[in-house]
Design a protein around this ligand. Structure first.
Ligand code: NDP
Length: 248
């Protein structure tokens, strides 16, 4: 039904573009009050106005997820403003593809901080709130790259394999508290992700790969997340792997 998340509160990181933007709008359309986190405040304000013009409720929480204090404030502000935190979507991510030999190790650090450590820290900060509520749902956006390693993606693979391991261990710890976990593992999605690849050759190859097939859209993944979030409380959809049909 259209109001399946009525009365619930969702927080989406990386809501300023791509998958996160579409997911925030989709969860708002399903009835959730949605907190929008990312660094680009202007993009979040634009999305908040869109959601509100559709009759939804949105809160802009400008956040750099690599800053632990900002991450904790993001959770606190959401709960203070909306009264609960039912669905945390850890989606913010960067894909700075480089071969190991050529890697700028600062790019590795950034990927680990955004893709992995921020997922862990946000989950850690949200857990007391969810335990007190006796319910909650942590949705972590991993990737096909969390299951399949590929040359030139070593650093990115390391973060996404890390997200998968963390999420499964966390699931076992909180299952009896009524807290659900979902790993989302998209194949190629047409977003801004590829634009930030530092190695020009790998960037060209990746963009050509995206153009060679009919890629997923952020909306496709948003609908996948909505599915997981709108199951009844006794159903925990733990893992969803979604590729474009033409992706090998
Ligand atoms: P986009 O580049 O479009 O979106 C990435 C989002 O992450 C942006 O909203 C960006 O916001 C945010 N972000 C990046 N760094 C930070 C930071 N330090 N603090 C807060 N927010 C940050 O890419 P996608 O939508 O494709 O990526 C979303 C997720 O999906 C990522 O985890 C990615 O790994 C995953 N994924 C994507 C696939 C694809 O093919 N596109 C495939 C599989 C998984 P801002 O810059 O405003 O801070």
């Amino acid at each position: 039904t259209t109001a399946a998340l009525e009365g619930q509160v969702a927080l989406v990181t990386g809501a300023s573009s791509g998958i996160g933007r579409a997911t925030a709008a989709e969860l708002a359309a399903a009835g959730a009050s949605v907190a929008l986190a990312a660094r680009r405040e202007g993009e979040l304000e634009t999305l908040a106005r869109e959601i509100e013009s559709e009759g939804g409720e949105a809160l802009v929480v400008p956040t750099d997820v690599t800053d632990e204090e900002q991450l904790e404030a993001m959770i606190e502000t959401t709960v203070a403003e909306f009264g609960s935190l039912d669905v945390l979507v850890n989606n913010a991510g960067v894909m700075l593809l480089e071969a190991v030999a050529d890697a700028d190790t600062d790019n590795w650090r950034q990927m680990i901080e955004v893709n992995l450590l921020a997922v862990m820290n946000a989950t850690h900060a949200a857990l007391p709130v969810m335990r007190e509520q006796g319910r909650g749902h942590v949705v972590n956006v991993s990737s096909v790259a969390g299951r399949q390693a590929i040359a030139s993606a070593s650093g990115y693979n390391a973060t996404k394999f890390g997200v998968n391991g963390f999420t499964e261990a966390f699931r076992q710890e909180v299952a009896e508290d009524g807290i659900r976990t979902t790993l989302i593992e998209p194949g190629i999605v047409d977003t801004e992700l590829q634009e930030h690849i530092p190695d020009e050759e790998i960037k060209r190859e990746t963009e050509a790969w995206v153009d060679s097939l009919d890629p997923l859209t952020g909306q496709d993944i948003a609908e996948t997340i909505r599915f997981a979030a709108t199951r009844p409380p006794h159903v925990s959809v733990n893992e969803l792997l979604v590729r474009p049909t033409q992706q090998e």
